[in-house]
Design a protein around this ligand. Structure first.
Ligand SMILES: Cc1ncc(COP(=O)(O)OP(=O)(O)O)c(N)n1
Ligand SMILES: Cc1nc(C(=O)O)sc1CCOP(=O)(O)O
Length: 526
């Protein structure tokens, strides 16, 4: 299980926090932000500040340039002078930001000072290489620095080499790598080239939409895909494209949302998923201004399933994008997880309507016999039986469903499970894993651990009821809560409206499992 993301050296980031837990009411974390101001208020520092505010993060604002622009023209761009730039840096030095974000950087001197600051603070630098506004106007005075029109490239090369994450769109990536990007293979090649140029990770934004063959098309019926590449992780984030005129500020907003996620303690790959969610939700909410084209509108942490991207990596098998069969109209309810079929004989007569057989110590015929016995008992009681891990035996003997962990997803033949008509449940522990599960369109998603558990070595920090509530609100999938849940906490969890409550020890280690199960059933039926 990959819980530590070592993308960022010197910054080690772990995906071990919950968004809701992290936003403190008494103290905000900050992002040190370097951007130009936008007179139209649609991009640049104005957008950065809004997005960071939406994430509950404070935006420390070092202006790099003042721009006079609207949707049609860029009238004038004036770099902030070296004295003013240095004074702003001095002024913000009393703060202890948790991440840095840069957008428009006006010249090499500014870039060098940003890099020096990052080295001193030892925090992640999320860099959005801004050279042109959406109106087409250049935002760097390219001739100002070396008279050869290549100053912006020098600025970008410098920042690239020191970025924890670099987020170019396709034209920006093309300029840096020096070849045309026409399809998804070129995108991957460009990402590798950008890593060779020094970035620790890149997110190439496919706002220019790919079709099913991975060819870049400007066809509104296709989907938009962003490609993330670091040494440890490579994946696509796919969302249906959104038809809106109001797309100003998306690059700034994405980088600011990712920097906010990192400042809140998320690892890079979770923060990237959160960033993509923020953009999708923000584009769905986008509005014009006074009849003019407007900007992506991010006014809260993303909280809708429609914003959730499908995360596709090398192991993902998505040839058939049909959803798995649903679990029916009755919520999963109390969901005991047991290691022997004999438990079913004890628990199902009490009215348990969902159960999982999770065998960890049998192989061969003994394993198959145990699975067959469990299926026979579950069939007799019309109980929904999920088989953990052993998907082939589950198909062969006609189980109701299969439960798989994230690692199991790479090895199982997901299409075979789907074609056999079995339900699929998937374990998740963070944004990255929820987005990965979403690509399979499972019958339910399990999220945990809610509390510390002794039943399994669990490197994840418990998310608590608040963390679970975030996903219960966001997901349209039936949600199963799991990890350290007992009789007392089951009440709070049930009150959230989750579909199922997964439990091992509270039932199987109880002195009186029948009494505990009856008490739990009373809670889940209330
Ligand atoms: C309902 C439910 N949720 C999570 C798990 C854990 O599954 P997995 O990640 O496959 O780990 P193991 O159970 O194999 O240790 C589960 N079994 N059921
Ligand atoms: C098997 C398992 N998976 C978890 C996850 O978070 O994915 S927590 C867990 C153990 C649940 O056991 P108990 O109810 O005894 O805490």
């Amino acid at each position: 299980m990959n819980v530590v993301n070592s993308v960022s050296n010197p910054v080690a980031l772990t995906n071990k926090v919950s968004l809701t837990n992290k936003v403190s009411l008494t103290n905000k974390v900050s992002v040190l932000t370097f951007s130009g101001s936008d007179s139209a208020g649609l991009a640049g520092m104005q957008m950065d500040s809004k997005v960071q505010h939406a994430f509950g993060v404070h935006c420390l604002s070092v202006l790099t340039a003042v721009t006079a622009q609207n949707n049609q023209h860029t009238f004038l761009v004036q770099a902030v002078g070296p004295q003013m730039f240095a004074a702003q840096l001095k002024a913000v030095a009393v703060f202890t930001p948790k991440a840095m974000k840069c957008g428009l950087v006006a010249n090499v001197q500014q870039a060098q000072l940003i890099i020096d600051t990052q080295k001193k603070l030892g925090i992640a630098l999320i860099c959005d290489p801004v050279s042109h506004a959406t109106n087409g106007g250049a935002l760097n005075n390219e001739a100002e620095l070396d008279g050869e029109g290549n100053s912006n490239k020098s600025v970008q090369n410098l920042l690239l080499a020191h970025s924890t994450l670099f987020t170019p769109n396709i034209p920006e990536a093309e300029k840096l790598v020096g070849f045309a990007i026409k399809d998804s293979f070129h995108i991957i090649k460009a990402a590798k080239a950008l890593l060779k140029m020094g970035a620790q990770a890149v997110l190439i934004k496919g706002g220019h939409r790919l079709n099913d063959e991975g060819i870049i098309k400007d066809n509104p019926s296709t989907y938009s895909q962003d490609y993330f590449h670091s040494v440890q992780n490579q994946f696509w984030l796919q969302s249906d494209s959104i038809n809106t005129l109001h797309t100003r500020g998306t690059g700034c907003a994405l980088a600011s949302a990712i920097a906010s996620g990192i400042a809140l303690g998320y690892c890079l790959k979770d923060a990237v998923v959160m960033g993509k969610m923020a953009i999708t939700q923000g584009l769905l909410n986008a509005q014009g201004v006074d009849g003019e084209k407007g900007a992506v509108q991010i006014n809260r942490v993303p909280d809708t399933q429609v914003s959730l991207p499908r995360l596709i990596c090398a192991q993902t098998q998505t040839q058939e994008n049909m959803p798995f069969p649903d679990i029916g109209d009755t919520p999963l309810g109390l969901y005991p997880i047991v290691e022997r079929a004999a438990w079913l004989e004890q628990l199902l007569p009490l009215g348990v309507s969902t159960i999982q057989l999770r065998v960890k110590d049998l192989i061969g015929q003994a394993l198959e016999d145990e699975i067959c016995l469990a299926i026979a008992i579950a069939t007799r009681y019309q109980c929904r039986l999920f088989i953990n891990d052993y998907w082939q035996l589950a198909i062969q003997h006609g189980a109701y469903g299969v439960h798989l962990g994230q690692e199991d997803l790479a090895e199982a033949q997901i299409q075979q499970i789907r074609r056999a008509g079995l339900r699929l449940g998937i374990s998740t522990h963070c944004h990255f894993e929820v987005a990965k599960a979403h690509a399979y369109r499972p019958s339910y998603i399990a999220y945990g651990p809610v509390f510390p558990t002794k039943s399994k070595d669990m490197p994840w920090v418990p998310q608590g009821v608040k963390g679970l509530a975030y996903w219960q609100k966001l997901l349209d999938y039936p949600l199963v809560a799991i990890g350290g849940i007992d009789l007392e906490s089951a009440k709070d969890i049930h009150a959230l409206g989750v579909s199922g409550i997964g439990m091992i020890s509270q039932i199987t280690q109880a002195q009186d499992p029948i009494a505990v199960t009856n008490a739990l059933l009373a809670i889940t039926r209330s």
